[in-house]
Ligand binder design. Structure first.
Ligand code: SF4
Ligand code: SF4
Length: 449
């Protein structure tokens, strides 16, 4: 099925054919933050001085649904140190000095994982450290638990209202047109779709989802994926991925359900739709069948000179990855993620985490400062906002601390896509205003409760 469901947003060029994935050798030392997503940090389960193998659990998820963390190289745990995140927070991180042997834990394969109960499969995903990627990175077990849990209200008959997951949508291309990792991964799948098939079936078993949708860029060629969909009666949605942000979760949910998504607090799953990236589905299959945990990440390294996709062990210094990508010039600005939704950082002295799907590098002379002139009310931002908000007004409310007015104007429905900032002739830091407004309102709520 070819569909044209998307209006607004902006057109951005996208590489037609992503390159091959290059594997970066395991580094001699890794730094693994105990927090790898938006949930609370995991609890270390090893002692300093202990020897570890690749894939060994080194920290347990902080709750029943928090993802575990695993050693990404073999060696010795030498320290627990503070690591400063780009968002200003500080998190404890485990340091492993490698022994150069890359010794793995013994495999524990289950050839018939679909016989296991949904609860057991969910626990394998949690133990495997699988997280849902994207703008709200968190433990996949937690995401599924939230999507399936009863709402906080009762039906007219007095029973708790549950909103089951009815659809699972699998995304085969990155949301940000400048990132290529998912397209490069999809290109490697070819006809070997057994793991994709298993991952989808594990997720359907856990959630009870009745309909599966594969969402591909209309320029992507993936005959194996098409065949798998055909064989299983899954639907295939082709989108113009250059039309940003049509691959964001709310837009995919709108395409799948035909309904306006509830984007407030990123509650897309309230519509009964779980949108996941293809690598998350493959990691789910490996966790369920082989009990193989997540120890590496695919990462797009982009600069204005070009882009490449790499697979690197978690905890690898980003500077090593940039240098493997051929980056030689002095870097003026680092963006963790793609240029549209990434988070600016001042240094490459930071380890690869599960949250990082790309780094975008700018030379000093490519860095521009935000102008932040007053809003002239031109309305361009409202023309491109995919959620149909009035970004100009929202930015003014947040600029002048009118938090209640911002909330009334649906600030929490903003998906922080950056389309408004991209077109604003006044060079206003639109997303920063929205993020600040949300933080102020949330902290006020917390202090009042
Ligand atoms: S207001 Fe939010 S959702 Fe709308 S364009 Fe701006 S960043 Fe995107
Ligand atoms: S595009 Fe910029 S200047 Fe124009 S209305 Fe929006 S915020 Fe104001």
């Amino acid at each position: 099925m070819d569909i044209s469901f998307f209006s607004r947003g902006i057109k951005l060029s996208r590489r037609v054919k992503p390159g091959k994935i290059e594997r970066i050798p395991p580094p001699g030392r890794v730094v693994l933050p105990l927090q790898q997503g938006s949930g609370p940090p995991a609890e270390p389960s090893i002692e300093i001085g202990e020897a570890v193998k690749v894939g060994q659990t080194i920290a347990r998820g902080a709750s029943n649904s928090g993802a575990d963390l695993h050693a990404s190289i073999s060696g010795e745990v030498t320290a627990i140190e503070d690591l400063h995140f780009p968002n200003g927070t500080t998190v404890k991180a485990l340091v492993i000095e490698g022994d150069g042997k890359d010794t793995w834990v013994e495999p524990d394969r289950d050839d018939k994982p679909l016989i296991a109960s949904p609860g057991e499969l969910l626990e394998r995903i949690r133990c495997g450290g699988v997280i849902r990627e994207g703008s709200d990175t968190k433990s996949l077990a937690e995401v599924i638990g939230e999507a399936m849990s009863p709402r906080g209200y009762l039906s007219p008959t007095g029973s708790a209202v549950a909103k089951p997951v009815r659809h699972i949508a699998v995304r085969f291309s990155d949301q940000d047109p400048h990132l290529d990792a998912l397209a490069a991964l999809t290109a490697t799948i070819g006809d070997e779709t057994a793991e994709l098939d298993l991952g989808v079936k594990v997720l359907a078993t856990i959630t009870g989802a009745e309909q599966i949708h594969f969402v591909l860029d209309n320029k992507q060629e993936a005959p194996g994926v098409d065949k798998l969909a055909d064989d299983n009666d899954y639907s295939v949605l082709h989108v113009d991925a250059a039309n940003y942000p049509c691959l964001s979760s709310p837009m995919v949910a709108r395409a799948v359900s035909g309904k306006e998504p509830d984007t407030a607090f990123k509650r897309v799953h309230e519509n009964g739709i779980l949108v996941l990236d293809v690598n998350t589905v493959l990691e789910t299959a490996l966790a369920a069948r082989d009990r193989r945990p997540v120890i590496s990440r695919l990462i797009t390294v982009g600069s204005l000179a070009g882009a490449g996709v790499f697979e690197a062990r978690l905890g690898t210094p980003l500077a090593d990855i940039a240098s493997a990508a051929g980056q030689k010039e002095k870097i003026g600005k680092v963006v963790l993620g793609g240029p549209m939704k990434g988070l600016a950082h001042h240094t490459l002295d930071f380890p690869l985490t599960k949250e990082i799907s790309g780094i975008t590098l700018f030379a000093q002379d490519q860095v521009t400062m935000a102008v932040n002139d007053p809003c002239v009310g031109c309305g361009l931002c409202a023309m491109v906002c995919p959620i149909r908000l009035t970004p100009g007004m929202l930015s003014r409310y947040c600029e002048f601390s009118s938090w209640d007015l911002a909330q009334e104007a649906h600030l929490f429905s903003c998906i922080e896509c950056g389309c408004c900032a991209y077109v604003c002739p006044a060079g206003r830091s639109m997303v920063q205003f929205m993020v600040q407004g949300k933080s102020e309102l949330l902290s006020t709520r917390r202090s009042e409760s």
